[in-house]
Design a protein around this ligand. Structure first.
Ligand code: FES
Ligand code: FES
Length: 243
């Protein structure tokens, strides 16, 4: 038996053996309707999420890249840019905007310059693809590459692979382009370092070599070995994982 103080300040006897514990004996109030609504919403969200993003199957993708037949395992919905960089190992193909606006990812597909960030690999299955690695003739730079160096057409170089491919595609069809035709050919390629005039001069210089009016310069030094002869170190890196 003990004294307990009530709210009004008076003391009264309190027998702990007769004490009621209402919170444990009463059922807790649960708003079943609210709970059901919440659960239903979670299930619906979960179901939609699973339906909208099904896991893509891996499939064998084959093409001829820079004159070499390649076969790689890639998701069926993979973008060509990802397959070239992450599976084939042609890291010269650059990811700039990933939106089709900068031209850094340009590659030649069956002789035509195309944006690899806007192209599904499955669409070009079996095609002939040329990346910047495929322009050089063995250890010797292609005229367009040598001229970019000579005329200052490249500074940071990030946009350069795309420019080189667009320019080479033009020169393959027209070895006497006007400045206007060159400007049209490279109007999908953006450069934020070099003035475009140096790039146009580089392409005109390469065109003169193609026409045989100027001799291509001999390489100034022995070529450097390919730093990635086996392709990327992690060949199974997921697409989109740019380095
Ligand atoms: S990365 Fe393809 S256009 Fe920019
Ligand atoms: S050389 Fe740097 S963006 Fe073109």
């Amino acid at each position: 038996m003990m004294l307990n103080r009530s709210k009004n300040g008076k003391y009264h006897r309190f027998d702990s053996s007769q004490r009621r514990i209402p919170t444990l004996t009463r059922k807790p109030y649960v708003d079943m309707q609210a709970l059901t609504r919440r659960l239903r919403r979670q299930v619906m969200v979960g179901t939609e999420h699973i339906e909208m993003i099904p896991a893509p199957d891996n499939e064998i993708w084959s093409a001829e890249v820079n004159g070499t037949p390649v076969e790689v395992l890639a998701p069926s919905n993979a973008v060509l840019l990802d397959v070239l960089r992450d599976k084939v190992g042609t890291l010269g193909v650059k990811r700039g905007c990933d939106l089709g606006t900068c031209g850094c990812c340009t590659v030649m597909i069956d002789g035509q310059p195309r944006l690899s960030c806007l192209c599904l690999a499955g669409q070009v299955e079996g095609a002939e693809i040329t990346t910047v690695e495929g322009l050089a003739n063995g250890a010797h730079l292609a005229p367009i590459q040598a001229c970019f160096g000579e005329y200052g057409g490249s500074q940071c170089g990030f946009c350069t692979p795309g420019f080189l491919i667009s320019a080479q595609a033009l020169l393959n069809e027209n070895d006497s382009p006007t400045d206007q035709e060159i400007a049209c050919a490279i109007d999908g390629n953006l450069c934020r370092c070099t003035g475009y005039q140096q790039i146009i001069d580089s392409i005109q210089g390469a065109a003169a070599i193609h026409r045989g009016e100027v001799e291509a310069r001999a390489p100034a030094s022995d070529p450097h070995p390919d730093p990635h002869p086996e392709g990327p170190e992690e060949p199974n890196m997921p697409p989109g994982h740019a380095r």
